[in-house]
Design a protein around this ligand. Structure first.
Ligand code: ATP
Ligand code: MG
Length: 216
């Protein structure tokens, strides 16, 4: 469902990605591991359309995302890609429920439909009782589950996560990882997860190692 071919990316004259080839099957959970500075986030941002490769092609299902204009990319990203980051990036002035609904509103979904789906997701993720709390009133694990709900609201083709459990204690990290597998098992979601967490890498379907600008 995702195919990246011959991806090159440099910052200035510093080459970061040197011809990366990477494919992901539907329903797969793939971990990307590697030393700090290896280019993991750079690769994730390129496959997530947040950054452009200097060279190479990225297909998500049948869409050649390297050919889309920036306006088309924004719409594609909103509808088909879910992001979970190390820091949750929830908007502090909005409630959990409102934060989850925002990508749906951007995609043009009506309020009542978005709120219904958001509540279903919050329920599924075990945080329905926190729907009206602001992010500052939530624990780290709860905040991260809200950000997973936000990533899922538009039912994306693929979820990209960059160190999603990097800020969680081991118990909350394990719960978040279990959640990813439960979502995959129940709804067939596809995940690419950059992680330093060995437990997560070990239970993934496949682990990719980044080194010297390439993957192994
Ligand atoms: N916008 C930028 N401008 C210049 N250099 C950059 C930029 N973004 C990243 N880099 C450099 O590219 C390299 C790869 O960065 P990247 O964020 O992909 O690493 P990473 O593998 O995700 O590391 P970490 O595990 O620390 O998050 C690093 O050396 C970084 O300093
Ligand atoms: Mg990184």
């Amino acid at each position: 469902m995702l195919k990246a071919s011959n991806i090159y990316k440099s910052y200035g004259n510093l080459p970061i990605l040197k011809g990366v080839d990477f494919t992901v099957e539907k329903g797969e959970i793939v971990s990307i591991v590697g030393a700090s500075g290896a280019g993991k986030s750079t690769l994730l941002h390129i496959i997530g359309t947040l950054d452009k490769a200097d060279q190479g092609e990225v297909f998500i299902d049948d869409t050649a995302i390297h050919r889309l204009s920036s306006k088309e990319l924004s719409a594609f990203r909103n509808l088909h890609i879910g992001f979970v980051f190390q820091f949750h990036h929830l908007l502090p002035e909005f409630t959990a429920l409102e934060n989850v609904c925002i990508p749906a509103y951007i995609g043009g979904t009506k309020t009542d439909i978005a709120e219904k789906r958001a509540m279903e997701l919050l329920d599924l993720l075990g945080v329905a009782s926190r729907a009206n709390h602001k992010p500052s009133q939530l624990s780290g694990g709860e905040q991260q589950r809200i950000s997973v709900a936000r990533a899922l609201i538009n039912n994306p083709k693929i979820i990209l996560a960059d160190e999603p459990s990097g800020n969680l204690d081991s118990e909350n990290a394990a719960a978040l990882h279990k959640l990813f597998f439960d979502l995959r098992d129940s709804m067939g979601h596809t995940f690419v997860i950059v992680t330093h967490n060995e437990d997560l890498a070990n239970i993934s379907d496949r682990t990719i190692h980044m080194k010297d600008g390439n993957i192994f």
